[in-house]
Design a protein around this ligand. Structure first.
Ligand code: HMG
Length: 384
């Protein structure tokens, strides 16, 4: 019998602060429907001064370790494009905050919003070789663009932790996968910039080109036809992007467009904003936490990272998956964020790039259990 491999548990965390996009629209003199309907966004998560991808990643993973312990976890991957150091991986900081054993390796992966999927694939390969191992995969990002740019409204932040194992309790991943890699300057962040640069229209086209290319490769490698996929879940830089992608795929394969097949995956993302590597898996959390009983359903997952890589894969929802839901915890995390005024948000944004040259102590301001405490001797420090 072949091994069943996939996602055994999944947990989402975001920041302690939020901007209401109606407030941003009023400030920018834009019709709020452009954000609500045109982009499909209502809010965006914003980190406090003591929050970053390390604190979010640890916050996402802590409930998984409380439920399952650390036995057998021999690898931690942190996928991010918001790295906190050019050399030391964010995963080593997270490893320490979570109290993982020294026998667990800790590595960071990068390829824009895509690397969480690369980490997931690496984890599946490792477990296929050593089925008793479990791998902790955490995707964590802060989407930050320049103030007053067209992309500003598509910022956000979140982390999703997944425990990947044999005999998974949530989603069993199928082996067929489709990949599309093409070099394109649609979005990037130079080493000396704390905000991303983007060609918005080109990025939308590149996302769709990679979707169709990955789909064709998926079909060529044994993937099922579109009718056999019950729900779709996409990387969501803004949730209307998922609708654009589905329309393009339906036209590409000559199928009917069925909005109901992807809408369930947009619920959390509308309130978080773009969370880069975490966005696709926040969409999966939305879908699994929704009202529909998805037992046995096949979910198609589209991962996109600018620059660019697209990958399409699919998995089956495992019977009993609802016993492991985290909807109440996720909704509480979203509902208890503190709303920032636009002035507070702009001040926080402007002060985000603290650098490492000056020693600095950061007071705890966020509600989570993990805090960035500052920089001494050019090194970052954290505390639980
Ligand atoms: P924009 O130029 O401000 O917006 O930029 P627009 O004028 O294109 O309007 C957006 C939509 O709102 C349009 O709908 C308008 O019609 C509609 P569409 O034609 O697209 O269907 N609209 C309205 N609807 C209702 N009522 C109104 C109204 N007004 C207008 N009153 C853009 C939008 C997304 C380009 C910008 O925000 C941006 O550059 N964002 C960042 C880039 C991005 O998110 N790209 C997505 C694909 S690339 C990707 O996903 C990778 C990424 O996550 C990074 C990574 O991989 O690491 C970004």
């Amino acid at each position: 019998m072949s091994l069943r491999l996939g996602i055994h548990d999944l947990s989402l965390a975001t920041t302690s602060f939020v901007v209401q996009l109606d407030d941003l629209a009023a400030y920018a003199g834009v019709d709020p429907d452009k954000y609500r309907l045109g982009l499909g966004q209502e809010q965006m998560s914003v980190p406090g001064a003591d929050e970053d991808i390390v604190t979010m990643a640890a916050r996402a993973a802590a409930p998984i370790l409380e439920r399952h312990g650390v036995d057998g976890i021999r690898t931690l991957y942190v996928a991010t494009e918001s790295g906190v150091d050019q050399s030391k991986s964010a995963a080593v900081f997270v490893h320490s905050l979570l109290g993982l054993p020294s026998s667990c390796r800790a590595v960071e992966l990068k390829q824009a919003c895509y690397s969480g999927t690369a980490a997931l694939q690496a984890a599946l390969g490792q477990i296929a070789r050593s089925p008793e191992d479990r791998v902790l995969v955490i995707s964590a990002d802060i989407a930050r663009y320049a103030l007053d740019s067209a992309a500003e409204v598509t910022q956000g932040a979140a982390a999703v932790a997944m425990l990947v194992s044999a005999d998974p309790a949530l989603v069993e991943l199928e082996s067929a996968t489709g990949i599309y890699t093409a070099e394109v300057d649609d979005f990037w962040r130079p080493n000396d910039s704390s905000t991303a640069l983007v060609d918005g229209k080109l990025s939308v086209d590149a996302y769709i080109d990679a979707y169709l290319g990955a789909w064709d490769d998926y079909r060529a490698h044994g993937g099922v036809p579109i009718e056999q996929i019950d729900r779709f879940c996409h990387h969501q830089p803004f949730t209307r992007m998922a609708a654009k992608a589905q329309r393009a795929l339906a036209e590409h394969v000559g199928a009917e467009i069925d909005e109901a097949r992807h809408l369930g995956s947009t619920r959390y993302n509308r309130r978080i904003g773009n969370s880069y590597t975490a966005s696709l898996y926040a969409g999966l959390a939305s879908l699994l936490d929704g009202d529909d009983d998805l037992t046995g359903a096949r979910i198609g997952l589209y991962s996109y990272g600018s620059g660019s890589i697209g990958e399409f894969l699919a998995g089956r929802v495992v019977p009993g998956y609802r016993d492991h839901g985290r909807a109440a915890a996720t909704l509480a995390a979203l509902d208890t964020r503190t709303t920032l005024s636009i002035e507070q948000y702009r001040a926080l944004h402007a002060g985000a790039a603290i650098g490492s040259v000056q020693d600095v102590t950061i007071a705890p301001v966020s509600s989570g259990p993990f805090h960035f405490t500052g920089v001494t001797g050019r090194a970052r420090h954290y505390r639980r």
